[in-house]
Design a protein around this ligand. Structure first.
Ligand code: FES
Length: 350
């Protein structure tokens, strides 16, 4: 059975299957709704229900509290219609950002290689072209293991939107994680077929003006930032300065250092700051590496030392939530407004 979802205040109507979530139906129809985790924990997708009966699904009790259920709120990533439904969402649509409908794809694994400590690069050749914005992510179907059931895992796209059939991902192993320990780092191999859908997310490089973009990534949080950097520089989509802070404990935790350095050489507008929190210049020099090629300390400490003021810039933060929170505080202490700071949190359930 299909029901009609009406999305206010824009008045768009979308058809939704009874076993489909409202978010999925809308994103596939090209109707933007806010979302992040897509599985009922982050509350980004909370909206008001104006009319109609829904099954609230797997919404966690902290993302959607009892009193909110009583008030008729729902999480669009969990709720499924039981009749025609009208919702009201805070769309806050950025006119500059193109909406690419979510679609299903199959792809072939063409590269699966180690790039850093417990970190792999996965490159997938899609069965057809995809449109997305630099910074968005895809959802993979992780095949059912022995007796288990299929689960979804999301990873940010690290390649730029100009590469329309070849998507790159950077994946860090999470011990015990079904998608990583149990799949990408266990059985997945080059030549394998994968199923994925997307694009999702609104952590997107804003290209409408030329404000200095401060990108801050911890670990594989660099992935969406790499997409933004390459899109901004190589595709000529960004006029302003771009500075990338990439944090890792040691050099073994960083990746694509040489590639970023080449971009830095080639593009005057780009600055690359690889930051080592657990290595000293002496240790780097002892290995015959140039100690001046790195900054030392946490990304937040390096940013604080680099900049007195960042007013008028934009911040893009991606990584584990504690790093993102710390970087947010740092940027705010340097006079960046919260409305100019965008974040993508990587939760460790992979
Ligand atoms: Fe996170 Fe719905 S709760 S997107």
């Amino acid at each position: 059975t299909k029901y009609t979802i009406t999305v206010e205040p824009v008045g768009r109507e979308v058809q939704c299957d009874e076993d489909q979530t409202i978010l999925d139906a809308c994103l596939r129809a090209g109707v933007w709704l806010p979302h992040s985790c897509t599985h009922g924990t982050c509350a980004t997708c909370k909206v008001d229900k104006l009319d109609g009966e829904v099954d609230l699904g797997e919404a966690s009790s902290f993302a959607l509290m009892d009193f909110e259920r009583d008030e008729g709120k729902l999480l669009t990533c969990c709720a499924k219609p039981r009749e025609d439904v009208t919702i009201e969402a805070d769309l806050d649509v950025d006119e500059d950002i193109e909406v690419h409908p979510v679609e299903d794809y199959t792809g072939t694994v063409v590269v699966l290689e180690d790039i850093a400590e417990a970190t792999k690069r996965l490159v997938v050749e899609l069965d057809r072209e995809i449109g997305f914005n630099a910074g968005q992510y895809m959802k993979f179907s992780v095949p059912a293991g022995d007796g288990g059931e299929e689960v979804d895992r999301t990873w940010s796209i690290g390649s730029p939107p100009g590469e329309t059939t070849r998507l790159e991902f950077h994946i860090r192993n999470v011990p015990g994680g079904r998608g990583t320990d149990g799949w990408v780092f266990a059985t997945l191999a080059e030549g394998d077929q994968v199923r994925l859908s997307g694009p999702y997310g609104r952590f997107v490089l804003k290209t409408g003006d030329d404000r200095h973009a401060i990108l801050v990534g911890g670990g594989t949080g660099v992935a969406p930032l790499k997409s933004m950097v390459r899109h901004g520089l190589e595709a000529g989509e960004y006029e302003g300065e771009i500075t990338l802070y990439a944090g890792g404990r040691t050099r073994a935790h960083l990746y694509d250092v040489a590639a970023f350095r080449e971009l830095e050489e080639e593009y005057e507008q780009f600055t690359y700051r690889p930051c080592l929190s657990d290595e000293t210049p002496e240790e780097v020099a002892a290995d015959g590496d140039d100690p001046d090629g790195y900054a030392y300390g946490l990304v937040t400490e390096v940013i604080e030392a680099d900049h007195e003021r960042l007013g008028g810039c934009r911040g893009y933060l991606c990584g584990p939530p504690p790093m993102v929170d710390a970087a947010l505080k740092t940027l705010m202490s340097r006079r960046l407004f919260p409305r100019d700071i965008f974040r993508e949190d990587f939760f460790d359930e992979s």
